[in-house]
Design a protein around this ligand. Sequence first.
Ligand code: PMM
Length: 284
Amino acid sequence: MTRPEPAGRPLVMGIVNVTPDSFSDGGRWADRDSAVAHGVELLDQGADVLDIGGESTRPGATRPLVAEELDRVVPVIAELTARGAVVSVDTMRAEVAAAAVAAGARIVNDVSGGLADPEVLRVVADSPATYVVMHWRAHADHMDAFTDYRGGVVAGVRAELAARLKAVRAAGVPDDRLVLDPGLGFAKTSEQNWELLAGLDEIASLGLPLLVGASRKRFLGALTPAPDGSPRPVDRREHTGAALSLLLAQRGVWGLRVHDVRATLDALAVWQRLGGADGWTAWA
Ligand code: PMM
C-alpha cells in the first residue's frame, strides 16, 4: 500500500486527541465514545484522514504508560476504521504503532521521526503503513530548552530531517510511503515557526511530500493578542489557522493536520472556486 495521495487540494487530517491533557482540546474526547463521536463529526465535516493520538505533546507534558496509550487509541482506531475512515496513529512507540496498524491504521505519525523509539522504523518497514517523519529534538517536558539552531532554524531542521530520512530509508521504508513534517512548535520558538513556514520550500527540497501541523498552536495565538497582550485562546484560533492553511495549500503541502476541519475546508473551497487550485499538485 502506498501513501494516500491528495487530489486538487491537500489532504485534511482531522485531529482526535484521546488525551486528558492536550493543549487545545485536552479532556474533551478522552473517553472512547466521545473520541469516536468526534472522529465521526470530523469525517462528516469532510476530513480525509483522522489522526488518533493518546499522548499529549504540549510543552511540559509527561508521558502516559504504554498500556494507557494502547488502551486510549486502539479501540478508537478499530471503530473508526470499521466505519470506513482512513486513520493515522499519532505515536512515538513501536508497540502502539504495531497495534494501531493491526487495528487498521494506514499512517504512523511519529512526532519524533523514530528518535524516541527506533523500533518504530522496523514496525513501519514490516507493515504497509505510510510513515510521517516529523522534526523533533526532545520530549515535551524539556523540548523548550532545545531551540538553538546554528545556521538558522530552516537549515537546522532540513539537516536533521535529512539525517532521520537516512535512518528511515536504511530501515527499509520506501519513499512512496514517506511524508516529512517540519514539527512546528516542537523545540521551536514562535519566531522560528514563522521562519520555518517562510522557508518551507527548503524543507520540500528534500524531495518528499510535507505535512504541516500549525493548528491552534501558541504562535498563532500570539499573532492576534488581546489588547492586554494575552494570546488568543486556543479555541479561537481557527481563522488564523485557516488563512495559513490556504497559503500552505497554494505552496504545495501534501497535508494539513488541523482541529478545525470545517474552517480549513471552507478556506480551501474559496481557493478552488476561483481556480487557484487548477492543476494543483503537492510538492514531492
Ligand atoms: N503537533 C502535535 C501533535 N502531533 N503530528 C504532526 N505530524 N505534526 C504536528 O505538528 C503535530 C503532531 C501537537 O498538537 P496537538 O496537541 O494539538 O495534537
